[in-house]
Ligand binder design. Sequence first.
Ligand SMILES: Cc1cc2nc3c(=O)[nH]c(=O)nc-3n(C[C@H](O)[C@H](O)[C@H](O)COP(=O)(O)OP(=O)(O)OC[C@H]3O[C@@H](n4cnc5c(N)ncnc54)[C@H](O)[C@@H]3O)c2cc1C
Length: 430
Amino acid sequence: MRFSFRVMFSMRAIVLGAGVVGVGTAYALARRGADVLVIDRQPAPALETSFANGGQISACHVTPWATPNTPHQLAKWFGRPDAPLYLPFWKPDLDLWRWGILFLANTSMTRSCRNMERALRVALHSRNTIKAWRAETGLHYDERTCGILNFYRDPREFEAACRANAAMNAHGLDRTVKTPDECIALEPALEHARKRIIGGIYSPSDESGDAMMFAQGLAKEAEKLGVRFRFDTSVAGLEAAGKTLKAVVLEGGERLTCDAAVVCLGSFSGKLTKSVGFGLPIYPAKGYSITVSTEGRSGAPTVSLIDDENKMVFSRLGERLRAAGTAELNGWSDAIDQRRADVILAKTRDLFPEAADYAEPNFWAGLRPSTPDSAPIIGATPVSGLWLNTGHGTLGWTMAAGSGDVIADCVTGETPAIDIDGLGMDRFGR
Ligand SMILES: Cc1cc2nc3c(=O)[nH]c(=O)nc-3n(C[C@H](O)[C@H](O)[C@H](O)COP(=O)(O)OP(=O)(O)OC[C@H]3O[C@@H](n4cnc5c(N)ncnc54)[C@H](O)[C@@H]3O)c2cc1C
């Protein structure tokens, strides 16, 4: 892997979006000597989906949402108010229907394995890249490097996970199956749930940390390399002449020219690319998190956890416990449905009753930019000079550093550190 600072002729690049993916992209471009401007409608980096996510850097958990087991899970959750997935397929929403058809087409074993391999390529590269960036910047973001433990209550889910585990081990992932006693030895905070846990899978090389702290810290490092940020600025559209990008158009009409623009707008990426003639199969999957203080308490987990049955994750971030989960495919609003947020709170309190002060939780909701095959979209577009680094779904924090590094290589004409075959928008056809 190359982490040297390369000086090139001063390419003028505009990064659209200052979430964790946009900031990673800007930093990677600046390391290569590009002259970078980042634009975001918020007043600071990482105030939308990268703000309060589950905190897991989980390269060993890149299983796509669409698997052969998914139809069974959807049937199990149908109509349940506390279901981890809310899918209002009866809504007259063409974007959702199109996305849903592509999603169902990805549930075969063959496609699911192929999609996992694609996401894994990015996630593993990202894990190495974030370590390298951490070493070169000295950044801290309440990071923990003691792995992720996935625990199970449902025998059928556990069996399916053990089968998938064998496939993941074949990809070189260090994931080991654990007995209930071994799970509790690894994370004593699970003692309260001992009777319900039937087994687990532990991946010691996975990490966790606060994505917002990371993005804001990395933005400062990027500024030291000359990156400029324009906040409180909305991008209204793109302008192309023929098949070449001419300008980024801001709300109010200002036109910015550049040699390259990279779209890192999360769930809003496709809305922007429509202005130059193509959409993207990215649909927002709204998720919720709660953050509670663990100050003065004992019993909060230190190993990052995944509760498979409830599709929830838990990360210890300094003196805070973050719990996140649920997916609502219900449009672009990030408004909090308090009933669903309360489910996260109740399930966290049920697992770790003494671990935190549950009286004043911080509730949050964000829109995962989800593709039907759970792999991000990284690479060129039909418009020369316009690039994509978006659609990271449930794993944007996991993949941000690596996909930033890869797209920076693409934009500056270098050979990316990983094979990018199957990661571009062309995999979805027209
Ligand atoms: C509940 C929940 C839990 C999660 N847990 C994890 C986890 O544990 N691990 C993990 O890896 N991932 C997790 N994720 C996913 C991860 O948070 C996302 O994939 C990631 O934050 C996406 O980053 P992004 O930079 O692409 O998007 P964003 O963070 O949304 O950034 C996009 C930026 O574009 C800006 N923008 C949009 N439109 C415009 C416009 N027109 N003009 C100007 N600016 C614009 C926005 O202001 C925003 O700052 C979770 C997500 C959720 C919701």
